[in-house]
Write a protein that binds this ligand. Structure first.
Ligand code: ADP
Ligand code: DP6
Ligand code: CO
Length: 344
C-alpha cells in the first residue's frame, strides 16, 4: 500500500459586504468589532492547491500566486496560516508539521478592493485543512478562514451570508462563536451586482493596516460600531422579506458610513477616487429614473452596484457610459457558490 496523497484543491468565490466589516476587537484571533453581512459573487474566485512534503523534510512552506513566488508579508501570511493548521491537536501524527507547497490562482484582481483576501484565504483554508487530513464542518472552516482574513470567513458560504461578531465578553468564547453562516432569503429575492472596475491595481494601503488606523484614531469609530449591529439585523429582515429596496438602502448607507469613519482617521484613509464619485452620480441617476440600484465601495476605488437580476442589463448599460462620454469597464455578477474542496 502506498500512503495516500496528502494534497487537496479548493475553490472559493469573492464576497462583497452589504453591511461592512471595518475594525477588529482582537487582531491575533481576527475577531471583528461588529457582525457583517455579504453577498458571495459568481465572478471572481481563487483556486488553491496544497501539497504536503514528505514526512521528515525541512517543514518549509512555499507559495506561488498566479505563477509567481510569494515573498515578504504575503508569504508570511500564508505561512502563519498553514502553521495554524499543521500544529492543531487533531492533525494526525504523520501529517503534523509537514512542509507544504501552496499554488494559488486568482481570477479576482489582487489587493484592488475586490475581495481577493476573502476568496484567497477561504480557498487556502479549505485546501490546507483537507491536505492535513482534517474534515471540518462549515462552521469550523469559516472560523479557520477568518484567521487568514476576516472577510474570508464569509466566502465559505454562497449567496447571502452573515458573519457573527461572536461573544464579546472573552476571546476564547469569541473565537468559538465568530463564524459566518448563510442568511435565509425570500424565494423571490433575485439579485445581481454590476462591478465597475475603475482600477484593478493594488491599493496603496492594505485593508488590515487601514482598519487598525481607523480603530486607533477615528473619533467616529464607536458610532460606526453601534450602527452596524442595527444594520445587520435590518438587512437580515430585508433579505427574509425579499425587500430589495430596503436592503439596498442599508447597504449604501453602510458603505458611506464606513468610508466616513476611515476619512476621520489620522492620517485619513481615502480609497474613493474622483471616478468613484462619478459612478455614485450615475447610480443616483438610475434611481431617479426609476431603476432600483444601490452602490457599495470597499478598500479601493471600484464601485459595486446591487440591483434586481431583471435590471442588470439596464444597470450595466447605464454605468458603462461615463459622464464625459468615456466607457467604463463593468462586469456582471450573480450570487455565487460557497467553498468547494477536492481531496487528492
Ligand atoms: P483585497 O481588497 O483584494 O481583499 P486586501 O488588502 O484585503 O485586498 O488583501 C490583499 C492581500 O491578500 C494580498 O496582498 C495577499 O497578501 C492576500 N491574498 C490575496 N489573494 C491571495 C491568495 N490567492 N492566496 C494567498 N494570499 C492572497
Ligand atoms: C472594506 O477582510 O480584507 O472589504 O481581516 O485584515 O484581512 P483583514 O481585512 P479584510 O477587510 C475587508 C474590508 C472591506 C469590508 C468587508 O469586506 O466587510
Ligand atoms: Co481583503
Amino acid at each position: 500500500m502506498t500512503a495516500p496523497l496528502a494534497a487537496a484543491t479548493a475553490t472559493a468565490h469573492a464576497n462583497i459586504a452589504l453591511v461592512k466589516y471595518w475594525g477588529k476587537r482582537d487582531a491575533d484571533l481576527m475577531l471583528p468589532a461588529t457582525s457583517s453581512l455579504s453577498l458571495t459573487l459568481s465572478t471572481f474566485d481563487t483556486t488553491t492547491r496544497v501539497e504536503l512534503a514528505p514526512a521528515g523534510g525541512s517543514g518549509e512552506v512555499t507559495a506561488t500566486l498566479d505563477g509567481a513566488p510569494l515573498t515578504g508579508p504575503a508569504l508570511a501570511k500564508v505561512q502563519r496560516f498553514v502553521d495554524l493548521v499543521r500544529t492543531r491537536d487533531d492533525v494526525e501524527g504523520d501529517l503534523a508539521g509537514r512542509g507544504a507547497r501552496v499554488t494559488s490562482v486568482n481570477t479576482v484582481p489582487t489587493g484592488a478592493g475586490l475581495a481577493s483576501s476573502a476568496s484567497g484565504f477561504a480557498a487556502l483554508a479549505g485546501a490546507t485543512a483537507a491536505a492535513y487530513g482534517l474534515d471540518l464542518a462549515p462552521r469550523d472552516l469559516s472560523r479557520l478562514a477568518r484567521r487568514g482574513s476576516g472577510s474570508a470567513s464569509r466566502s465559505v458560504h454562497g449567496g447571502f451570508v452573515v458573519w457573527h461578531a461572536g461573544d464579546l465578553a472573552d476571546p476564547v468564547r469569541g473565537d468559538l462563536t465568530s463564524f459566518a453562516e448563510p442568511v435565509p432569503a425570500a424565494a423571490d429575492l433575485d439579485v445581481a451586482m454590476a462591478v465597475v472596475v475603475l482600477d484593478a491595481g493594488p491599493k496603496s494601503i492594505g485593508s488590515r493596516e487601514a482598519m487598525a488606523r481607523t480603530v486607533a484614531t477615528s473619533p467616529y469609530f464607536p458610532a460606526w460600531v453601534e450602527h452596524t449591529e442595527v444594520d445587520v439585523a435590518q438587512a437580515r429582515d430585508a433579505i427574509a422579506a425579499g425587500d430589495l429596496a430596503q436592503l439596498g438602502e442599508i447597504a449604501e448607507a453602510s458603505a458611506m458610513r464606513m468610508h466616513a469613519t476611515m476619512l476621520a482617521a489620522r492620517p485619513a484613509v481615502r480609497y474613493l477616487a474622483p471616478a468613484s464619485l462619478g459612478v455614485l452620480d450615475a447610480v443616483a441617476g438610475l434611481r431617479a429614473s426609476g431603476t432600483g440600484a444601490w452602490a457599495t465601495m470597499d478598500a479601493g476605488p471600484n464601485v459595486k452596484v446591487l440591483c434586481a437580476r431583471v435590471d442588470l442589463d439596464a444597470v450595466v448599460a447605464a454605468l458603462e457610459v461615463g459622464g464625459d462620454g468615456g466607457r467604463r469597464r463593468v462586469l456582471r455578477a450573480l450570487p455565487g457558490p460557497g467553498l468547494a474542496v477536492t481531496r487528492g
